[in-house]
Design a protein around this ligand. Structure first.
Ligand code: 8YV
Length: 319
């Protein structure tokens, strides 16, 4: 173990991660001093970045850290990290896959049901005392709907498994058909949107999927359509979504992730037919604890000379 290794920590992650890193390494945090100050004083010696993905770990940052070997991301989605640039520089990127799949499956069912059955709105009705005057109006149902999942990776599969208990037709979009999945596959996202009336988005973020759910996809989803986004805010064109909700091009939306978190467009906040939650898909003690452990395991294993535990596909090598 290289106890003296210097690590840059980007964003507040979890106390357990901080404690573990502090016990084993020299850690500089952008929550204590500015990134420029850290790099000016220690840039040439920093060997790892630990990040929660709020600020970019791009090629420009990597270029300023000549000894960088490892970028450990707290989260399965690593769209804030330029993994291709890391690969070119021989830097290994790790994420936290699998440990959050079930949590995301549970959460997505919750957001779906909350949105379709207007549970937050019903609760607001009760809390405001309106029940004393009038019943909560009849609303939408999941019955008779078909569900499309955009993105059939590890989380998509768990979502499909959960949904299979709902007795509704399921189909999915992904670049390639998943060989062991019997659900109808749509290589074209627009065709999937046109075929279903609930679209659950679980695609990875990044340039390849930026605004992929645009006005055209929402139009294809149609006036009875419900959009659920548990992926990344960048995947949905927020302006188009606001317009589609206003024009009743789609019926409703349940959104966990936003383009400029923690900022949420005022137009969405003003709309009663959307359910908005603050990127809480994995936000439980249980799952965030597992994610934290995996981040620590990656860093410890790396500096013990045993390689990364969960390197991402772009950087499979173990230096
Ligand atoms: C976390 C996530 O909210 O895993 C992901 O990709 O988006 C979430 O689990 C996030 O990584 C923590 O900042």
């Amino acid at each position: 173990m290289t106890k003296s290794a210097k690590i840059l920590s980007l964003g507040a992650i979890m106390p357990i991660v901080d404690e573990s890193l502090d016990a084993n390494f020299t850690v500089f945090r952008d929550t204590d001093m500015t990134l420029d100050e850290i790099i000016a004083a220690h840039g040439p010696e920093i060997r790892a970045i630990v990040t929660r993905g709020r600020s970019p770990a791009d090629d420009a940052l990597m270029a300023r850290l000549p000894k960088l070997e490892l970028i450990a991301n707290f989260g399965v989605g690593y769209d804030s990290i330029d993994a291709a640039a890391a690969a070119k520089r021989g830097i290994v990127v790790t994420n936290t896959p699998d440990v959050l799949n079930d949590e995301m499956g549970d959460f997505t069912m919750g957001l779906l049901l909350a949105t379709v059955r207007a549970l937050p709105q019903a609760e607001r009705h009760l809390r405001a005392g309106h029940w004393l005057d009038r019943p909560f109006p009849l609303g939408n149902t999941l019955r008779g709907r078909s569900i499309g999942i955009a993105g059939m990776g590890r989380i998509g599969r768990v979502i499909a498994k959960r949904l299979s208990g709902f007795d509704l037709p399921i189909c999915y979009h992904s670049r390639n058909r998943v060989p062991d999945l019997a659900y109808p596959h749509y290589p074209d996202l627009k065709a999937l949107a046109a075929a279903v009336d609930v679209l659950i988005v679980v695609l990875p973020g990044g340039p390849a999927t930026r605004n992929i759910v645009d006005a055209e996809i929402l139009k294809a989803l149609g006036p009875d359509g419900i959009l659920i986004n548990v992926a990344r805010g960048s995947v949905v064109d927020e302006t188009a979504l606001i317009q589609a909700l206003r024009d009743k091009t789609i019926l409703a939306a349940g959104i966990d992730v936003f383009a400029a978190e923690p900022h949420v467009p005022a137009e969405l906040i003003a709309m009663d037919e959307v359910v908005l939650v603050p990127h809480v898909g994995t936000a439980t003690h249980h799952t965030r604890g597992l994610m934290a452990k995996l981040v620590i395991d990656n860093v410890m294993s790396w500096f013990a000379g045993k390689g990364a535990v969960t390197p991402v596909a772009e950087t499979p090598q173990r230096r």
